[in-house]
Design a protein around this ligand. Sequence first.
Ligand code: GLN
Length: 273
Amino acid sequence: MTVEELIVEGKKYVHSTFAKMILADLLGVSTLELLTILNQKVEDCFIPLYLEKIQKLKENKPIQYVLGNVNFYGNSFFVDENVLIPRFETEELVENTIFYINQLFPKKDLKVIDLGCGSGCIGITLKKKIPFLDVTLLDISPLALEVARKNANNLGVSVSFLEGDMLENISEKFDVIISNPPYLCDAEEIDSLVSQNEPPLALYGGEDGLDYYRKIFLKAPSCVSSSFLIALEIGENQREAIVTLAKTTFPAATIEAKKDLQGRDRMIFIFQR
Ligand code: GLN
């Protein structure tokens, strides 16, 4: 079958954009390049793989799990059902954190910990962008840590890994703590594509969604150096509660909340020089 014939076949079941994405990914070309080889014959071995992926998508699987990868901050991260699919908002958390690190601690050797690292997208991107950082990736799920390890290998970065529940068993001190913890309220109604596919452990943060922030702040004072940065992604209605938690925990620190590109409260930075 040709590329065009396969796209036509895929379009019977899923949107043509997805059919093209799946085929392009299998053939190792971009979706734009795919359109320049419409008459090319596709090797038979690709056809069952292509149809299997179309079928998965039809069964309400997210395209990122079907492809097995997602672009985050310009790098391709492997993802599967054991990790949250990295989101655009989290790229903004990373971008702002890079800015804060450069402003607050230029050129310093810093110890950084990414709590609840999932795919590792945050910590690995930080290490790629600021190579002198000493980065630890922590997650409670060994299966998520396996994914993060795979991504660190694929992207050629050297980082450390720890299994644990936030800062619970941490006895070292870090200069930067960064986290996109699970922050949905247990009862929150969410898109079935998310609730049926992404790991609940990566999504829900208790009755009010704040359980993991409370855990972080409980232990943070003994886990940060005298000057530090804590960078947190938050749910859009959680700013006030988390600023209060931060102020009570670190009365002398500066606390800045930031909005994402859509104008929603999505990040909190707490720092002390
Ligand atoms: N740190 C990962 C991410 O931002 C996973 C976060 C999570 O599982 N809540 O994508």
